[in-house]
Design a protein around this ligand. Structure first.
Ligand code: BES
Ligand code: MN
Ligand code: MN
Length: 479
């Protein structure tokens, strides 16, 4: 534990360091963003590995102990640690992912996705927000402490993943095999967004889970003439859309029996907190480019539906002829990728089987229907009375000059629930991407303001947590 006066001077020196090295750091961020760490694309496997190695080299340069690139069943995991704050100080596990989403559709990018450009106070590039930019911020916050104080106020362990965007398949095994590399009093995940694009930071206290399937409908051996065979051969594309359409009602509510059984209703306190958030629905719809928000589930506000209620999506659907002009066929097959976002306490493994069996039961005997589970992840909640929340709030307020708001995110980060289930480790979610920064979309960006204020917040966060004894931070008591 450091004294408050020492901590204040040291924090000021570290944030000054960030300001002085701003241009150098932004150039280095470009270097990081230029690497094509697309986890979904097997042709990028070498680039993914090079990105992991870049992080290892950076940790080495920062005098982090045991920077290691671990082989997994898919892409590498990077770990390292700095335990110099002593046995009484908290140990924090820092998680971010260095893989990115595929950049397509490429022709919608104003500049190529892996050639970062700085315009309008933003850095545009794939991964600038999700999540390489945020991982980079952590590296620079550590650098600021190490180059000024020569030490950090807390012990840090790093856990950087290269498979988050494809479902984090290898992490559970990794957690089970290397608990000693991940042992900590609390985890800090930076893989979310601030409350708005006007510099209001946020502390995330929830994530949705996910279950994902591919549905294949097979009809005749090959495409057939729809005049010759129509009326006798069932059309796989017709069957597929009929099945998928039957899975939800007009409000988007799932019709599969048992789907809502474990959904935890929002408490009246939480609904009140949701209602109090300064969320502008019209501005949100306008920004998104839709004429209006969908009707959605009755009795739930838009913001609740965006983060605290389950959803169903067809992510892609294909089959038959979509080329020029008209072609009259009954296609041999049709396929769709579908997913649901899950909320506490839904169990993604249970839902995977529930939906699979339900779809299979809807298959008419005239076609073959196969349902394959693609990936899944559990939803997560961190109670707002966790002892790390107040210091994190102070750190964000110091970094952004505005107090954070508390939000649940609609997206999924499978590691958060996995760390809780396997190691009993709770997570503080401090995200720094911009909410309209085009995650997974063309022209992804992060604002320079979020980059700078976020890095400063992290410098403050380590100072804040460094003033606590590790036993104060565990937060096991409220379980
Ligand atoms: N960073 C996102 C999740 C997210 C989005 C958190 C918005 C907070 C706000 C993450 O990289 C992501 O995209 N996760 C996937 C997980 C899936 C592949 C298992 C997702 O949510 O689709
Ligand atoms: Mn992410
Ligand atoms: Mn993502």
């Amino acid at each position: 534990m450091t004294s408050q006066i020492d901590a204040r001077a040291a924090t000021a020196a570290a944030t000054a360091y960030l300001r002085e090295h701003d241009a150098e750091h932004l150039a280095q961020l470009d270097e990081f963003l230029r690497m094509r760490s697309v986890s979904a694309d097997s042709e990028c496997a070498d680039d993914v590995r090079r990105t992991a190695q870049w992080i290892v080299d950076e940790l080495t340069r920062l005098e982090i102990d045991r920077p290691t690139l671990h082989e997994t069943s898919h892409h590498p995991i990077v770990t390292g640690e700095w335990m110099g704050a002593g046995a009484e100080a908290p140990t924090v596990l820092v998680y971010c992912h260095y893989d990115v989403q595929p950049p397509d559709p490429l022709d919608e990018w104003i500049r190529p996705p892996f050639e970062p450009r700085h315009e309008e106070g933003r850095v545009y590039a794939r991964g600038s927000g999700d999540d390489k930019g945020q991982l980079f911020m952590h590296l620079k916050a550590v650098e600021a402490w190490m180059r000024t104080a020569g030490s950090l106020p807390v012990n840090l362990r790093f856990f950087f993943e290269g498979d988050e965007e494809v479902g984090s398949e290898p992490i559970e095994q990794f957690i089970d095999e290397h608990p000693e590399l991940l042992a900590a009093d609390v985890c800090v995940v930076s893989d979310g967004d601030t409350f708005d694009d006007d510099g209001t930071p946020a502390i995330g206290y929830g994530l949705r889970g996910i279950a994902y399937w591919e549905v294949r409908v097979q009809g005749p051996r090959h495409d057939v003439h729809s005049g010759q065979y129509g009326g006798g051969v069932d059309n796989p594309a017709n069957v597929l859309v009929r099945i998928l359409a039957s899975l939800t009602d007009e409000s988007g509510r799932f019709t599969v029996p048992g789907f809502y059984d474990r959904v935890r209703d929002l408490s009246s306190e939480e609904r009140a907190a949701y209602a109090a958030l300064p969320f502008d629905e019209a501005a949100w719809a306008d920004e998104t480019g839709i004429p209006a928000a969908m009707d959605g589930e009755q009795g739930h506000s838009l913001l609740e539906r965006l983060s605290a209620r389950p959803t169903f999506d067809i992510n892609g659907i294909s089959g038959g002829y979509t080329g020029a002009g008209a072609k009259t066929i009954i296609p041999a097959r049709a396929t769709a990728k579908i997913s649901t976002r899950l909320v506490p306490d839904q169990d993604y493994r249970e839902i995977e089987q529930l939906v699979k069996r339900h779809i299979e039961s809807l298959a008419p005997p005239s076609v073959q229907v196969e349902v394959h589970v693609v990936h899944g992840g559990a939803p997560a909640i961190t109670p707002l009375d966790h002892p790390g929340v107040a210091p994190a709030s102070r750190a964000l307020e110091a970094g952004f000059g505005k107090a954070p708001l508390f939000q649940r995110s609609g997206g999924s980060v499978p590691v958060v629930a996995a760390l809780d289930a396997r190691l009993g480790l709770k997570t503080l979610m401090v995200g720094f991407a911009n909410p309209t920064g085009n995650f997974h979309a063309p022209n992804e960006w992060i604002s320079l303001r979020n980059l700078r204020d976020g890095m400063a917040s992290l410098v403050h966060l380590w100072a804040e947590l460094g003033m606590m004894h590790k036993d104060e931070l565990r937060g096991d008591s409220q379980e």
